[in-house]
Design a protein around this ligand. Structure first.
Ligand SMILES: Nc1ncnc2c1ncn2[C@@H]1O[C@H](COP(=O)(O)OP(=O)(O)OP(=O)(O)O)[C@@H](O)[C@H]1O
Ligand SMILES: [Mg+2]
Length: 283
């Protein structure tokens, strides 16, 4: 499928969750994926083995989707993102991105896919290089593609304004910025190459409540303006509800529930989702 056809399949929010998803070409498919990390400590360093942290995970994201991956700390949310970004090869199962089997592709082909994805990592403070000015942080994804500096500067100015920051920020260093501003810079970096998919890993959890609301507003604005597909990782059901339409609930590396968020919150089927909903109500 060609570049334009995924974007043209964008479906407005109102149509999601009404049984229309099945007719679209999937954008991301996790098919029975199990994955884990090598255990290298102590006795096991003699017999390296993988401790599984994801167990037969299957889900699909469609163009225009706003999908939340919900679960408590250690559930395996970031591990799913690492797999999506080609950073952790599953032990078994298949991962399709834009219709391509990610882990059988040549690295040059994989690089082409990454250009279509924007990624906002967990923990803004630690994800920004303190030695780089914001303009250089924003330039990174485009420099890697050989884009001329004049165009990079122009795009940086546009995107920094779009995320609600002034041009002056371009000459500043990360430690001169507040947590909310740092998060906006990371979002700008993820958007500068005009991706079709935006992946956000816990975009609000490091921020004060009032700043959280601003970032949620920004994410919703991005979705409306850029017509992209959102994959949101969060431990917070309220954040999921403000941003996403559909959710998968992950517990200890297993999907325990999946569906339209509204229904998932109103009528949770699994015991674990029920607990999440309860703690959300009492907050
Ligand atoms: N590099 C690593 N090496 C070994 N184990 C890891 C590594 N990264 C994560 N894990 C383990 O894998 C499991 C899932 O971790 P993951 O980071 O995916 O969880 P998470 O849902 O993103 O949690 P959080 O909300 O705290 O970010 C955890 O048990 C974690 O300790
Ligand atoms: Mg995580």
């Amino acid at each position: 499928m060609r570049y334009s056809s995924y974007r043209s399949q964008f479906i407005p929010k109102t149509l999601l969750g009404r049984g229309l998803l099945g007719e679209l070409e999937p954008l991301i498919v996790f098919d029975n994926v199990s994955a884990g990390y090598r255990v290298l400590k102590g006795f096991w360093s003699l017999f390296p083995r993988v401790r599984l942290v994801l167990h037969n995970v299957s889900f699909t994201a469609y163009p225009g989707d706003k999908l939340a991956i919900i679960g408590e700390s250690g559930a395996g949310k970031t591990t799913i993102i690492k797999i999506l970004l080609g950073l952790l090869k599953p032990v078994s199962g298949r991962v399709l991105v834009f219709g391509k089997d990610l882990y059988t592709l040549k690295s040059s082909e994989r690089m082409k896919l990454y250009r279509r994805i924007g990624y906002v990592p967990q923990d803004p403070g630690r994800s920004l290089d303190p030695k780089l000015q914001v303009i250089d942080i924003l330039a990174e994804p485009l420099e890697a593609q050989g884009v001329p500096w004049r165009i990079i500067e122009d795009k940086a100015r546009k995107v920094i304004g779009f995320v609600g920051l002034s041009d002056k920020v371009l000459d500043m260093y990360p430690d001169q910025l507040s947590g909310g501003m740092q998060q906006r810079v990371l979002i700008a970096r993820a958007l500068i190459h005009d991706p079709e998919v935006l992946i956000l890993d816990e975009p609000t959890s490091a921020l004060d409540v009032s700043i959280q609301a601003q970032i949620i507003k920004l994410i919703n604005k991005i979705y409306e303006a850029r017509r992209l597909t959102l994959i949101l990782v969060t431990h917070d059901l309220a954040v999921a509800q403000y941003i996403a339409d559909r959710g998968i609930v992950l517990r200890k590396g297993i999907i325990v529930e999946e569906g339209a968020l509204e229904e998932l919150i109103k009528e949770p089927r699994s015991e674990y989702t029920r607990l999440l909903v309860k703690s959300y109500m009492f907050e």
